[in-house]
Design a protein around this ligand. Structure first.
Ligand code: PLP
Length: 402
């Protein structure tokens, strides 16, 4: 038996049936019985530089030994936190960005929503409280994240959630236009993932994000992108905003900033939302976490960004994307595969019997999980080669068929 209560798990069926992972190298992980698997999901969409990178362990060890952590409240800081904020701000597609650090994606979303609301009250428009979010969206599990999420079961059974959330179908800019036409004066922000992830991997239709950006500007609504999955190269650009040609007012990140080696997240904030706090009279943003700017986590993030740059991994994603898309989309011809959606090194593969396919994939030496209820999550480490894509495609073909 086990005492470990797994996240997002039905413990009645999971307890005592754990699949225990032991080590990893590149795109591969091994369980405690020595079986090797291709990590098709990159853990939970994070293992971007691949597993077993010694330099990230070394960066953590060096900072842990020097000064693991110190408060970043008020005037305090550590060198890695200052340096990481500079580095992320420089990579971000927003001029003059500031970076608020958190410990993961959920608290990045929480921070972004609180900041957006606090911004509107600071500029004398406290009635702007409505968040427009999308069906199928996933924004984590914090209070606001749970209220925003467009995956129904994630909201069920928790009683009353945060009010002032309006949900629209994803991929439909006209639906957003209709909400704004009616209620723009109450709307604080629009929030969306550049590509919907946990809701099933749904890339946007052509022109969607520029249309949303235009609508936000027309109606003076803040645009928030949730780049927790798409940030740091997953779509072949540093951020999804660049791939889709938009400039958000603020965006969240987590996962890929450390490739999951240690927990870390944050919010990149543009000059407009900074203004009342950094130069105006809004005073303190009364928000922050014990581990905001955690020195060892920031040191690992810096080493991770070094690695991504040195090995040109964002370019590699861009170069591999056509083969990745072609080889996976070819699976649509097979019985048992209904649809394959891709963007960058992300794919959602709709199969007839997803639970059975996942079990069979494990037998074929591939680990992944269900997203959107009916699809296989494909979000491998960036260090994937074309031969690994072939291995993955062959395994899916074998697992999904009749
Ligand atoms: N936002 C998005 C788009 C995510 O995909 C996730 C996690 O998958 C989160 C927020 C929540 O992040 P975390 O699980 O690190 O709290």
């Amino acid at each position: 038996m086990t005492a470990f209560w797994h996240p997002f798990a039905d413990m009645k069926t999971v307890a005592g049936r754990e699949i225990v992972l032991d080590r990893g190298e590149g795109v591969w992980v091994w369980d405690t019985e020595g079986r090797r698997y291709l990590d098709a999901s990159g853990g939970l969409w994070y293992a971007n530089v691949g597993h077993g990178r010694r330099e990230l362990a070394d960066a953590a060890a060096a900072q842990l030994a020097r000064l693991a952590a110190y408060s970043a409240y008020d005037r305090f800081a550590t060198r890695p936190a200052l340096e990481l904020a500079e580095r992320v701000a420089a990579l971000a597609p927003i001029e003059g960005a500031a970076v608020f650090l958190t410990t993961a994606g959920s608290d990045a979303v929480e921070t972004a929503v609180k900041l957006v609301r606090r911004y509107w009250s600071a500029v004398g428009r406290p009635e702007r409280q409505v968040m427009v979010a999308r069906e199928r969206a996933y924004h984590g599990v914090s209070g606001y994240g749970t209220s925003l999420v467009g995956i129904e079961p994630n909201r069920a059974g928790f009683g009353e959630l945060a009010p002032n959330v309006v949900r629209v179908p994803h991929g439909d800019a006209d639906a957003v236009a209709a909400v704004f036409a009616e209620r723009a004066a109450e709307v604080a922000a629009f929030i969306g993932e550049p590509v919907i992830g946990a809701g099933g991997v749904h890339p946007p239709p052509d022109g969607y994000w520029p249309a949303i950006e235009r609508l936000c500007r027309e109606h003076d609504v803040l645009l928030v992108l949730d780049e927790v999955i798409t940030g740091f190269g997953r779509l072949g650009e540093w951020f999804g905003a660049q791939r889709y040609g938009v400039v958000p007012d603020l965006f969240t990140f987590a996962k890929g900033v450390t490739s999951g080696y240690v927990p870390l997240g944050g919010v990149v904030v543009g000059p407009r939302v900074q203004e009342p706090f950094w130069r105006g009279d809004a005073g303190m943003f009364r928000h922050g976490y014990t581990y905001s700017g955690h020195a060892a986590a920031c040191a690992v993030a810096l080493a991770n960004l070094d690695l991504i740059e040195r090995e040109r991994l964002v370019e590699h994603v861009r170069e591999l994307e056509p083969a990745f898309a072609a080889k996976l989309r070819a699976l649509e011809a097979l019985p048992g595969v209904r649809e394959v959606r891709t963007a960058g090194l992300l794919a959602g593969i709709e199969v007839d019997d997803v639970e059975r396919a996942i079990e069979r994939l494990r037998g074929e030496g591939v680990l992944t999980r269900v997203v959107g209820g009916t699809a296989l999550q494909i979000s491998p480490p960036f260090v994937l080669g074309e031969d690994d894509v072939d291995f993955l495609a062959a395994a899916v073909a074998a697992a999904a068929g009749g």
